[in-house]
Design a protein around this ligand. Structure first.
Ligand code: GDP
Ligand code: MN
Length: 389
């Protein structure tokens, strides 16, 4: 789960990390008022969206008067933010942050995420902050410092100080930067985060270290123990189909192709996508309805797949175990009656109650002529790929 920058800043503040004061606003007028209250000669107006790259996209703007703040806010609230992280559809903007603008001496990168190779959370730091860390890692990997954290002890003070020195801090700044790293590590562990990032951490011209951008992602599997974090979710930032899928307990990821896939089990879903590609087509989605899917869940899965206009054919690949084949067949027929299958639907069922399922599908065939059954997965993939070719 993601959260907005202003919420991430609250987490940093609660963990003793210095963050400039800021106001959250929702109208151009409120942005102008915030400029007056913050009283700085310069403020920064920032769109609050679940994506980075706002600076380059014009959605982080330095302003020098209440009028400029109003105009910047008006622009941001009436345009979708599009950056290298969002794709061409962009994301809507309805909340802004107004903060006093700081005079930056130098920008640093600090992040903590899971290093899957080392099997532990790892601090990532760079003196090349502000820009995309992926770019720094690609062009000059020697400028990215990685410090693995002990799974139980977290980030030790000696590690944090070593990183602070490597970043080029000296004097009192070594201790200050190290404290920020240790506190960020604590916040990462306490919130069950999968990413905790400050980019940039800045050294200001008047000699302060501050976080001026913050990002947290949380492990969805741990959200049940963080009601306060779960409550921060902003559904307007997610694609509508993703929200629906989550509510129906479906693992759904939209892709670019035109074959909708409805599968139970993540492994089988991957295999299904592979075989679709093998026979020359592209999957429109990954969809694992899960082992214990209900009839209503399966119908919702069809609705979600069918509401994607790119989908020109559907491949249903179910291995009936906990979810029995006849339940899936009935859901398929129910979905067909509700939405009407105007596109080819090829069904491969195997496992518990497969005979009953075949009878249900055979009986429905006269009403649903685009519904076809397959003898096995290869047959199913060939049929659905041929149908959209
Ligand atoms: P992002 O592009 O979405 O990561 O948004 P950021 O909050 O990181 O802002 C992008 C860039 O804008 C930063 O790297 C800074 O260079 C600049 N910026 C943001 N806030 C301020 C500020 O208060 N003062 C100055 N001078 N620059 C800022
Ligand atoms: Mn940033």
């Amino acid at each position: 789960m993601k959260i907005h920058e202003y919420q991430a800043r609250q987490i940093l503040t609660a963990h003793g990390i210095p963050v400039p004061a800021a106001e959250v606003v929702r109208t151009p007028e409120a942005a102008a008022e915030a400029f007056k209250t913050l009283g700085a000669p310069m403020c920064v107006v920032k769109a609050q969206v679940y994506a980075g790259g706002r600076g380059k996209a014009g959605f982080v703007k330095l302003v020098h008067s209440a009028d400029e703040a109003r105009a910047a806010a008006k622009f941001m609230l009436t345009h979708r933010m599009m950056s290298y992280q969002t794709g061409p559809e962009g994301v809507p903007v309805s909340v802004l942050l107004v903060a006093p603008g700081v005079e930056i001496e130098k920008e640093y990168y600090l992040g903590i995420t899971l290093d899957r190779t080392r099997h532990t959370a790892t601090l990532i730091a760079s003196a090349e902050g502000g820009v995309e860390i992926e770019e720094v890692a690609k062009k000059s990997p020697e400028k990215v410092i990685k410090e693995p954290m002990h799974p139980l002890l977290g980030l030790s003070p000696f590690q944090a100080r070593a990183v602070a020195f490597k970043l080029g801090f000296s004097g009192k700044f070594v201790g200050e930067a190290a404290k920020i790293m240790i506190n960020l590590a604590k916040a990462f562990i306490e919130t069950d985060a999968s990413l905790a990032e400050i980019n940039p951490l800045v050294l200001t011209k008047d000699g302060k270290i501050q976080a001026i951008d913050a990002k947290f992602n949380f492990d969805d599997n741990a959200l049940y123990r963080h009601a306060d974090l779960a409550a921060m979710a902003d559904e307007s930032q997610e694609r509508p189909l993703d929200v629906r899928a989550r509510k129906a307990n479906l693992n759904y990821i939209a892709l670019d192709g035109n074959i909708g896939c409805l599968v139970n089990g993540a492994g089988l879903a991957m295999a299904t996508m592979d075989i679709v590609k093998l026979y020359g087509a592209e999957p429109a989605n990954f969809l694992d309805v899960g082992g214990s899917v209900t009839a209503e869940g399966a119908v919702e899965a069809f609705r979600i797949i069918l509401s994607d206009p790119k989908v020109k054919g559907i491949l249903v690949n179910i291995f009936g175990g906990i979810a029995k084949c006849d339940l899936i067949a009935e859901a398929l027929v129910a979905a067909g009656k509700e939405v009407g299958f105007k596109i080819p639907v090829v069904v491969r069922l195997e496992g518990t109650n497969v005979e009953q399922a075949r009878k249900i599908l055979a009986a429905a065939h006269s009403q649903m002529p685009t519904l076809a059954t397959a003898t096995d997965l290869t047959d199913a993939a060939k049929k659905v790929c041929a149908a959209v070719a």
